[in-house]
Write a new protein. Structure first.
Length: 535
């Protein structure tokens, strides 16, 4: 038999993940029963479901039982259920999970003899995963999937777990295009199981906190996941609650946002329906995901209204809590030409704090040059809201956070200054770069190289230059590709004047970048992503 299994007693053997094709060999080896202790979809689409295995097993005359056990502390009732199965199932029995360790722990827990249970305590403790995972990644977004794929590409033997509660994975950079009628929303979403890297363990649960002194991630369901090294990348939270009344009116009364998958199509509906009236576009205080996205929504809407001859009958305003249109001064003149082209009014130091959807009224706190704040209300026919954003609460309230709530890192190495076995990247880390998918693409290589070097007690070899990119969709068919690093330093990839709107970059934005995301970045392929090596 080619399957490696360990015999625990005269009736029970355990092994790691089996495939449908393995069942013929298992039957030929004399096993009469199989217990599946691995939850369905834990390993992504490469893992056969219990139903698929059961159908094939029954055809071979094997009794099949499904007793899933999640990674972490095993509840006592699971051990009791396993004991009952072992009493009822015809033997010999083969139990399996991803590695066989959970099945072994269940066997130890099911023993009534205290001394036998003590003999197996080491197995049970191992299943509590105190140090079982080489790397735990918190977050299954762009950063989490990308860094896991890159680490496994460098070292396939790593045991990596990804903690991610959601079932779907989104390509968020295209939501602006969806809101502008230039992209299909369904193309921006895939099942989480479809993007999970092979050989990574998906812990389908939500993180609740960190205990870095004990190398543990705490989960909302009470489990504790151990790690040797930790990568923190849970993304950034949309804090809708900071705008009074907005959650009750989102998706109706002309109130929308491209920052949500379900609302981006509504943005495009509103743009098409509006023929006259007032359209407001808002931007909250930094930091936010893709700082250019709030104004990109305005540009694409105005372009449509211009093309359809409605723009002269629509009053357009951009209300930003910031003091400038864009944080990198080199791109402001090009953007201002489009603001003037669309006759849009810019209101700086203007922060949206309340929305009354029924009366279509938005309330803004306006700060003057002396710092005085007044409340101003504005009527609207369409309101595109960019919500305030902050680090997730479980990170913000943890020992890993800086004063602003983000995971503290050295901005060049992306290593935590207090806990050297912890790294962070993406929107939740404290590095002062633009929070974009393009920044993550570069950060992945930095973390992958430095994490593995730290594992070997070597000097961290790679530095991050703050690279970020914002493809500014100034009209349907043209993009200003803003690429820059720390301090606003221009870091263009191509030998073209970066502030010029180009059709080529529109093609990149709508076609090339999505393809590279799904087929490159999430697969561990690092095209044009390698940063500077330390000298």
């Amino acid at each position: 038999m080619s399957i490696n299994f360990t015999q625990l007693d005269e009736k029970l053997s355990v092994t790691g993940q089996i495939s449908v094709d393995d069942l013929t060999e298992i039957a030929a080896s004399g096993f009469k029963s199989i217990i599946c202790n691995r939850p369905d979809f834990e390993g992504g689409e490469s893992q056969p479901t219990s139903e698929q295995l059961e159908i094939q097993a029954k055809g071979l005359g094997i009794t099949f039982a499904y007793l899933p056990v999640q990674v972490g502390v095993i509840p006592e009732e699971r051990g009791e259920a396993f004991r009952k199965l072992m009493a009822e199932l015809p033997g010999p029995v083969l139990a399996f999970c991803n590695s066989g360790r959970r099945a072994s722990a269940l066997h130890a827990m099911s023993k009534s003899d205290l001394e036998v249970a003590k003999m197996h305590q080491a197995t049970v403790d191992a299943c509590n995963w105190g140090n079982a995972f080489d790397v735990v990644v918190v977050g299954g977004g762009s950063a989490g999937i990308g860094i896991t794929a890159s680490l496994l590409k460098r070292r396939k033997s790593l045991r990596i777990a990804i903690i991610e509660p959601h079932d779907k994975h989104y390509y968020q950079p295209a939501w602006t295009l969806v809101g502008g009628g230039a992209y299909d929303a369904d193309k921006t979403v895939r099942r989480m199981s479809a993007v999970m890297p092979d050989n990574a363990e998906w812990i389908h649960a939500a993180a609740a906190g960190f205990d870095p002194d004990k190398n543990l991630v705490l989960l909302e369901d009470g489990r504790k996941i151990g790690y040797r090294q930790l990568v923190v990348c849970p993304g950034i939270r949309l804090a809708w609650e900071k705008i009074e009344g907005v959650e009750e009116t989102l998706g109706k009364n002309g109130v929308t946002s491209n920052y949500r998958f379900d609302l981006a199509p509504y943005t495009w509906s509103l743009v098409q329906e509006l023929k006259q009236g007032k359209a407001l576009f808002t931007q909250p205080p930094m930091p936010i995901k893709c700082a250019g996205a709030p104004q990109k929504a305005m540009y694409l809407a105005c372009d449509h209204w211009m093309r359809t001859g409605c723009l002269d009958d629509i009053s357009v305003e951009f209300d930003t809590a910031g003091a400038v249109l864009f944080g990198v001064a080199d791109f402001v003149p090009a953007l201002m030409r489009y603001v003037e082209r669309y006759h849009a009014k810019l209101n700086f130091n203007s922060n949206l704090v309340k929305v009354d959807g029924n009366s279509k009224t938005a309330y803004f706190e306006i700060k003057d040059a002396d710092g005085n704040v007044r409340l101003e209300e504005k009527q609207f026919d369409m309101l595109h809201v960019t919500p305030p954003q902050m680090a997730p609460d479980f990170l913000r309230n943890s020992p890993l956070a800086d004063a602003a709530g983000f995971c503290k890192v050295n901005e060049k190495t992306l290593q935590h200054p207090d806990y050297p076995n912890i790294f962070a990247l993406g929107d939740a880390c404290s590095s002062p770069n633009a929070k974009t998918a393009a920044a993550i693409r570069k950060q992945i290589v930095v973390v992958a190289e430095n994490l593995l070097a730290d594992k070997e007690d070597e000097e961290l070899p790679v530095v991050y230059d703050g690279y970020g990119a914002c493809p500014l969709t100034v009209e349907n068919g043209k993009v200003v590709l803003a690429e820059f690093g720390f301090g606003g330093k221009l870091l263009p990839t191509f030998p073209l004047k970066p502030s010029v709107p180009r059709k080529l970059y529109w093609f990149f934005k709508t076609t090339v970048f999505p393809w590279l995301y799904w087929n490159g970045m999430l697969k561990g392929k690092e095209w044009l992503a390698h940063p500077h090596k330390k000298h």
